[in-house]
Design a binder for this molecule. Structure first.
Ligand code: AHR
Length: 497
């Protein structure tokens, strides 16, 4: 089984926006309480932030983190989470049916994000609230001083504005599960007016409008079209969300789902450009894929969790090896759409459908999906290069002509480094790939990292990393031809300098 590829320095798709390696922390399950914040943990710092968790987050080099939801934001009063902790109210958190203590809020999140070197992507509540709460919130976070809300911030110990640049106008407003669900027209109107008022407070911000919650929503892609038609001039990005699973235990079909994501991106891009043409606008709307991941392992066990607990273990998917392959393919898909996908958030970051898990009062550990995320984030920075790939193909239950190989390449001019990311979806056989990289004259292979495992269902735990990468991949570079053996069902990263 053989495949061929050409990578040429001049086939540039776009500069990669590093924010495609973003993530997400929602007040949900043990993401905040018992995840990033656990004041009684031996690893907690003076703020109550777990240092062991911060180290694992830093390892991923996450440039931007979305907060505080998710479904939760549609019922959230941001004011509950600021000011003296003893005065903060306990509330019913309706989206996930828990008790929210508000011991962690906006200022703590900004503080924590700085410590992990990430920017904040803040969402406003367009479910139970609207323009008024949004304009107050941005006055609190971004206005220098001398007004009610900016002085409140100062009195809470933050003299300088937080200067939050990226804002989400609500969350999944098309979903019947969403508190305050909206028709496309209702949402378009509230997004436009809220965006307008927020930009009056701070014209330097960037706004992300909701698109559809996933491709199966009956109003997809009309929801996007109507929202864009109404709010085109106020917004900067449209949001995409998608989760995948392997409920039917059909690995070939499961691994092909990156094609669905590719198609989703094409459709939303076309919808944006159709409205651009309709408006005779010069402005291009970019894509923020601000929720994506595998999510299905924990769905049954979550039904058994009693309501109104503080930080119950919700959405705690334990990921296996094949999930890591799909995650690797999804990141490859983003790189190949670097011209339009400018932000993306793996949902989520800690404990809740996450690459990082913790035990209450115990260890923090890495799931299988941590590794493709870490390597792509760390080395996938520079110009995305278009791979001209010819790969053997297969058919699966829902897809035809699926290339066995997914690949993306990034050229980092500063480091003079070419990095190739490849997934072999063939679970039975190795594939031999010949890549013509003659335009990278004088380069040599630095490392070939491989994530592979005999058992597609192998998982990591708090005590053992069954699935972890090794650096003994088989790649030889001679006269501009890179010969690589891609072992069956493997994720690969080849660095060439
Ligand atoms: O990430 C988990 C949930 O998935 C989010 O709260 C919501 O936006 C989506 O449906």
């Amino acid at each position: 089984r053989k495949a061929k590829m050409v990578l040429d320095k001049s086939y540039i798709i776009a500069q990669v926006d590093n924010r495609i390696y973003g993530s997400f922390i929602e007040h949900l399950g043990r993401a905040v309480y018992g995840g990033i914040y656990e004041p009684n943990h031996p690893e907690a710092d003076k703020h109550g932030f777990r240092k062991d968790v911060m180290e694992l987050v830093k390892g991923l080099q996450v440039p931007i983190i979305r907060y505080p939801g998710g479904n939760m934001v549609s019922g959230y009063n941001w004011e509950d989470g600021v000011g003296p902790k003893e005065d903060r109210p306990r509330r019913l958190e309706l989206a996930w049916q828990t008790i929210e203590t508000n011991q962690f809020g906006l200022n703590e999140f900004v503080e924590w994000s700085k410590k992990v070197n990430a920017e904040v992507m803040m969402a406003v509540n367009l479910g139970t609230r609207g323009m008024d709460a949004a304009r107050n919130l941005i006055e609190y976070t971004n206005h220098p001083g001398g007004t009610y809300w900016s002085e409140q911030r100062k009195s809470h110990g933050y003299k300088n504005p937080h200067a939050i640049k990226t804002w989400c106008l609500g969350n999944e407003m098309d979903g019947p599960w969403q508190i305050g669900q909206k028709t496309p027209y209702e949402y378009g109107r509230i997004a436009k007016e809220t965006g307008k008022v927020m930009k009056l407070v701070d014209p330097d911000i960037e706004l992300v409008a909701c698109g559809s919650s996933n491709t199966s929503m009956p109003s997809f892609p009309e929801y996007e079209a109507t929202t864009l038609d109404i709010a085109y001039e106020e917004i900067d990005y449209i949001s995409l969300h998608q989760y995948y699973g392997n409920n039917s235990n059909d690995t070939a079909n499961y691994l092909a789902k990156s094609l669905d994501m590719d198609h989703f991106i094409h459709t939303v891009t076309s919808t944006c450009d159709y409205i651009k043409a309709k408006h005779r606008s010069k402005k291009t709307i970019h894509l923020s894929f601000d929720e994506w991941n595998v999510w299905y392992h924990s769905r049954e066990q979550d039904k058994k969790i009693n309501h109104w607990q503080i930080a119950p273990p919700q959405l705690e998917d334990v990921y296996n090896f094949e999930d890591a392959l799909l995650v690797g393919s999804i990141l490859i898909t983003f790189l190949n759409h670097a011209d339009r996908v400018k932000m993306a958030c793996m949902a989520q970051l800690v404990n809740v459908i996450a690459p990082i898990m913790t035990e209450n009062n115990g260890r923090a550990w890495k799931q299988t999906i941590y590794y493709p995320y870490m390597y792509t984030s760390k080395y996938g920075r520079g110009h995305s290069i278009k791979p001209i790939l010819s790969s053997p193909r297969y058919d699966s239950k829902d897809f035809t002509d699926v290339p066995y190989i997914d690949s993306a390449a990034v050229f980092n001019e500063e480091k003079e480094e070419l990095v190739i990311f490849i997934v072999n979806k063939n679970v039975h056989d190795s594939i031999y790939l010949s890549t013509d990289i003659r335009s990278f004259e004088g380069y040599a292979v630095v490392e070939h990292v491989v994530l592979e495992h005999e058992n597609l269902k192998a998982v990591n735990t708090s005590t053992g990393e069954e699935v972890r990468p090794h650096k003994s991949g088989a790649s030889i570079l001679n006269d501009g031809l890179l010969e690589t053996r891609l072992t069956k069902a493997s994720w690969n990263m080849i660095r060439i300098q």
